[in-house]
Ligand binder design. Structure first.
Ligand SMILES: [Zn+2]
Ligand SMILES: [Zn+2]
Length: 368
């Protein structure tokens, strides 16, 4: 029997989401039905609304869900009704890079996260005879009930504040994972992080966990920089107030930082992230500015042992990484809840506006 749910539906690009009744199918083989408790809003949802990533419509967004397993499909043995789960990105679990614990590079990443249907073409949500595309990031968690894969539903301890945990599935995993998994600084190293959105601020928390001695945060918003400082940044720079930003950063971190993280994605910021590093160094770019986006860099500068890499989803294996982040949170070493402001489901469009205008770092929808 399908489950009746309320979902936030995107009917047209650049239109507000509308809360409508949908039928959510029973979990198929390898799937779980989750009663949603919370869902974070991430930049990728906004790129779905504005058409930057093309989605089949009508569609249900939401890819940082947290909730309680209601039912499990055939073949699901590691989850049971009542389990608390954080929903992360969809991955197949057995391709080349899934097998190497790097599911962010799953060969099936696009179909499992963007195509709006199961791999067999069926939909998980409907309204009468009309299909509603409900497989966004193998979850579509802007709904009171959602279908996820057992592989992207990560079990977490029941004594944690479940309604706040969703962002660990994407934005917070991306920032902290890029530092801890892809850059992997050692105790005492230095890092510069550009862009203090949810990803960059999570990078700051990751750098603190790694024991970085100098954590340099860059943004154009003083409130964000103050938040970065409260999370572990040792130096902050407002890029608007520093005409010679690279020079000024080098002034506190000569002969340059060991690592840099670009959470903006513009050519200017990627160049700055490269230029503030010493030799050798590793620089990660995670900001998304559209699929075709040419940049220019100085090859002579790169040549001196500098590596520039792109990173998806923090190159994390969520099955281990999300529970690890929750343990750091419980120990008081990873206060990601400082980024969050909660909203009711009926306020979802206001929550998107707050993310868009920058007044809130990480809006999280809390379902009744
Ligand atoms: Zn895979
Ligand atoms: Zn995301």
């Amino acid at each position: 029997m399908p489950t009746t749910a309320t979902a936030a539906i995107l009917r047209e690009v650049n239109e507000p989401l509308t809360l409508e009744e949908v039928q959510v199918s029973d979990p198929a083989e390898g799937e779980v039905l989750v009663k949603m408790v919370g869902a974070g809003i991430c930049h990728t949802d906004a790129t779905g609304i504005d058409g930057t990533i093309p989605l089949p419509l009508p569609s249900v967004l939401g890819h940082e869900g947290s909730g309680i397993v209601e039912a499990v499909g055939e073949g699901v043995t590691d989850l049971a009704p009542g389990d608390h789960v954080v929903l992360t990105f969809g991955h197949c679990g057995d391709c080349k890079y899934c097998s190497r614990d790097r599911p962010a590079y799953c060969e099936m990443f696009a179909p499992l996260n963007y195509f709006g249907t199961r791999m067999d073409g069926t939909v998980t949500m409907s309204q009468g005879d009309e299909d509603v595309h409900g497989c966004f990031f193998s979850q579509s968690s802007f709904s009171t009930y959602a279908i996820a894969l057992a592989t992207n539903a990560i079990k977490v301890d029941k004594d944690l504040p479940l309604e706040l945990l969703g962002p660990l599935g994407c934005g917070i995993q991306t920032g902290s994972g890029t530092v801890l998994n892809a850059l992997n600084p050692q105790q005492g190293d230095s890092i510069a992080i550009f862009g203090m959105g949810g990803v960059g601020l999570s990078g700051v928390m990751g750098a603190k966990l790694a024991g970085c001695e100098q954590i340099i945060a860059v943004d154009i918003n003083d409130e964000r920089l103050a938040l970065a400082r409260s999370l572990g940044a040792t130096h902050t720079f407002n890029a608007k107030e520093h005409k010679d930003l690279v020079w000024d950063i080098m002034g506190v971190a000569a002969p340059g930082v060991d690592f840099a993280l670009d959470a903006v994605g513009t050519n200017e910021v990627i160049r700055q992230a490269l230029e503030v590093t010493r030799s050798p160094a590793r620089i990660a770019t995670v900001g998304f500015q559209g699929l075709q986006h040419d940049i220019t860099i100085d090859q002579g500068h790169l040549l001196l042992g500098r590596e520039l890499c792109g990173v998806i989803e923090g190159d994390a294996n969520p099955k281990d990484f999300i529970p690890a982040l929750t343990r750091h949170y419980a120990d008081g070493e990873f206060p990601f809840d400082k980024l969050i402001k909660t909203y009711k489901f009926s306020e979802i469009n206001e929550a998107f506006e707050a993310a868009h205008n920058g007044s809130v770092v990480k809006p999280v929808i809390v379902f009744d």
